[in-house]
Design a protein. Structure first.
Length: 180
């Protein structure tokens, strides 16, 4: 448990990581808040079923793409870790912390995408014994998961970009560290 707080503390004290996470939190909040307002309120279960069917088809592709992307990023983090380990250069702790944070975010994104795909496997149709708010709740759950996964994936990519910049700064013989 202490280790998790140590990672969060390093994110808080690193302005680059903090900026990336704040940008992604803003994107996530915008998607979660704006999507239901842009689509409109759901009043009847028939309308909810129609909206849910439309959201299901696009979310299926989105969830599959996010699952693939996050698993690929995790594999690339292992490659990056191996490269830093075999390199002759010495890297400071911020590089390794950034790699760890990208790994944590990618893992959370992967789990969220699998959860999204599991929610998409629930049948949607006109059934007799479905509670009145079921489809509305499922619609908002899928919308929220889409927003969260968008933000998490964006955060992971922005932090990965910052990590690559740190590595280039440390490895490149022709660059001055002030260029970054």
């Amino acid at each position: 448990m202490k280790r998790k707080f140590k990672v969060l503390k390093s994110v808080y004290h690193n302005p680059t990581l903090r900026r990336s996470l704040l940008i992604c939190a803003g994107i996530t909040a915008f998607i979660i808040i704006a999507q239901p307002y842009l689509v409109g309120s759901i009043y009847s279960s028939a309308k909810a079923v129609d909206l849910l069917k439309g959201l299901q088809s696009s979310s299926l592709y989105f969830g599959s793409a996010i699952t693939t992307a996050s698993a690929t990023v995790l594999a690339l983090m292992l490659t990056l870790l191996s490269m830093t380990n075999k390199s002759e250069n010495e890297f400071d702790g911020s590089v390794y912390r950034s790699i760890e944070i990208v790994g944590l975010i990618s893992t959370a994104t992967f789990i969220g995408a699998v959860l999204l795909l599991l929610c998409l496997s629930l049948p949607v149709g006109k059934f007799d014994n479905i509670p009145p708010g079921w489809y509305r709740g499922l619609y908002y759950t899928l919308s929220t998961l889409n927003g969260l996964l968008s933000g998490l994936m964006t955060a992971g990519i922005l932090i990965l970009f910052d990590t690559v910049r740190l590595l280039i700064r440390d490895i490149s013989p022709h660059r001055d560290y002030r260029d970054y």
